[in-house]
Design a protein around this ligand. Structure first.
Ligand code: GLC
Ligand code: CA
Length: 553
């Protein structure tokens, strides 16, 4: 047992590790390629686990690696109990998990319950069975409307664009897909569906996973009768504003029963297994319902992700987040980026810093890369100083920007195709990581192939260029993660401090945090700097768009 592991299991709160954990999202296609075919895989992840342990995170969340035709990069699962050959084998998974645990890292896996792939055995059976047959009842097949059934059953739109229904060839019925036509929605009122997913949970829990990230957790139950709904939610818009997820397909009361039953399954297992909800719901009080004592442990805080680079907005979202989940006794989470959103280092470099565009291409506004990075580094010191659990998206510890000039011919996101390019999509945040500036594919794999092209600028961000380099973003994350652990910031309490306009200032345990969102320097109180996103000025001031942790209260 390593000393780190020992400390973990002996610590008094070892049984609630997720309350303060820093969880690193691995997007398997783009993390590390073990066999040189250009697509990341499980053996690749295993070889890089020591890097993650040394970074100082507590856990890893893996996006889907299950059997899948990859119509939505694996969020279209055809077999929930197997690894897709692209990513390796079940043995590779077991080896990866064992190695992670040996290094003191917990592992959570993605669960995709709202829809299956159209190549799932159930959906194939449904298509080859007649309308009204039991095989069709596990999905949402309905008769068409119009004189000949030539019109869809209702007016719902797909998140990825176009209508949410596809017609069964040679038949009077249509099936519902809130996402791509190759992702048919399951009918969660069907007992087979409930039973099978409990078995899937057990399958992975038995293998030793520490928890699940639940995809589209607010979508499983649809309102009775599937009533028409004029609104439309686009993939990269998310919650808030005019397009919040209200409507008969979102956040229905019935979803909570499902999570209560899953919680009972998790509670049968030793250790503290957890679930985190991907639920784009509004207002925050609705989100808190997913983390009530007998449901999930966490939900992603997308309001924080959507916050613009503005001190008042940050303070407001932090207060709201802490208050709302506090009422149900759950910890909050803090998240700035993931595989569905333009990387925050690029968002913070836009003229509206923090705005969430529908992807960025060469024709769109190009972010100010240096300014975006500077703010992203400061934002890391904000996020990692807050009490609760934080999620990091692979590459943010390198300050990696979005690929903002990816040509259309390389794009793979179904949202791009279903909207005829209106939605630029999510490929720009999914580009394979640069590990070594002087190797083919920047060290992503043994060969030069990468499933999405890497921009030349990635060389500057490669791990080898930052490892051990004072002031690099990687070293900033390493120090912040270490200090966060040493000072127990994740289990601490936040107290706001008086400060100048445009500054976010608070104390958490032995640390005082100052984030200067202004374009000019500000004075700081006395105190030793423990970590700073930029060197402090000669007169001790905090520079523009920078953050510092000071010792002492
Ligand atoms: C979630 C995933 C996203 C996927 C969608 C459909 O939002 O994060 O990547 O496309 O669900 O499964
Ligand atoms: Ca590979």
């Amino acid at each position: 047992m390593t000393s780190q592991q020992l400390a973990r299991s002996e610590s008094p709160d070892a049984l609630t590790w997720w309350r303060h954990a820093v969880i690193y999202q691995v997007y398997p296609r783009s993390f590390a390629d073990g066999n040189g075919d250009g697509i990341g895989d499980l053996p690749g992840i295993t070889t890089r686990l020591p890097y993650l342990a040394a970074l100082g995170v507590d856990a890893v969340w893996l996006s889907p690696f299950y059997r899948s035709p990859q119509a939505d990069a694996g969020y279209d699962v055809s077999d929930y109990r197997d690894v897709d050959p692209l990513f390796g084998t079940l043995d590779d998974f077991d080896r990866m998990l064992q190695q992670a645990h040996r290094l003191g890292l917990r592992v959570i896996v993605d669960l995709v319950p709202n829809h299956t792939s159209d190549e799932h055995a159930w959906f194939r059976e449904a298509l080859s069975s007649p309308a009204g047959s039991p095989e069709r009842k596990r999905y949402l097949f309905r008769d068409g409307t119009g004189e000949y059934g030539e019109l869809p059953p209702n007016n719902w739109q797909s998140i990825f664009g176009g209508r949410a229904w596809s017609k069964v060839p040679g038949d009077s019925q249509w099936y519902l897909h809130l996402f791509d036509s190759r992702q048919p929605d399951l009918d969660w009122n069907h007992p087979d569906v409930r039973k099978d997913f409990e078995d899937v949970l057990r399958f992975w829990l038995d293998r030793g996973v520490d928890g699940f990230r639940v995809d589209v957790a607010h979508g499983l139950i649809k309102a009775e009768g599937l009533p028409d709904f004029a609104g439309h939610v686009a993939m990269v818009e998310g919650s808030g504003g005019a397009h919040s997820n209200h409507g008969p397909m979102w956040d229905q009361e019935g979803v909570h029963d499902i999570y209560r039953s899953w919680r009972r399954v998790l509670d049968e297992y030793p250790g503290d297994r957890m679930m985190v909800a991907e639920a784009w719901v509004h207002p925050p009080a609705r989100l808190a319902r997913y983390v009530r004592a007998d449901e999930m442990q966490q939900a992603f805080n997308f309001d924080y992700l959507l916050t613009h680079w503005n001190a008042d907005d940050f303070r407001a979202v932090i207060d709201r987040s802490l208050a709302v989940v506090g009422e149900v006794g759950a910890p909050t989470t803090w998240v700035m980026s993931n595989h569905d959103t333009v990387r925050h280092s690029s968002r913070y470099g836009l003229s509206i810093p923090g705005a969430r565009p529908r992807g960025i291409d060469a024709a769109g506004e190009q972010p100010d890369e240096a300014l975006g990075l500077r703010r992203a580094r400061a934002a890391a010191l904000l996020t990692l100083a807050l009490p609760g659990s934080a999620y990091l998206y692979q590459g943010e510890e390198l300050g990696l920007p979005e690929h903002t000039t990816l040509e259309a011919e390389h794009r793979q996101d179904p949202a791009f195709f279903r909207t005829g390019g209106a939605e630029i999509g999510r490929d720009g945040c999914r580009v394979p990581l640069p590990w070594h500036s002087d190797q083919p594919s920047y060290g992503f794999g043994s060969g030069s192939a990468t499933w999405l092209p890497q921009p030349a600028s990635f060389a500057r961000y490669a791990v080898n260029r930052q490892d051990g380099v004072a002031g690099s973003t990687l070293e900033l994350y390493r120090s912040a993660l270490k200090q966060r652990r040493v000072s127990a910031l994740g289990t601490g309490t936040l107290t706001w401090l008086a400060c100048a306009p445009g500054v976010v200032a608070f104390a958490n345990g032995p640390v005082r945090v100052f984030v200067n969102t202004n374009d000019y320097p500000v004075a700081l109180p006395d105190g030793r700097a423990i970590v700073a996103s930029e060197p402090l000025l000669a007169d001790g001031q905090l520079p523009a768009n920078a953050a510092v942790w000071l010792a002492g209260t």
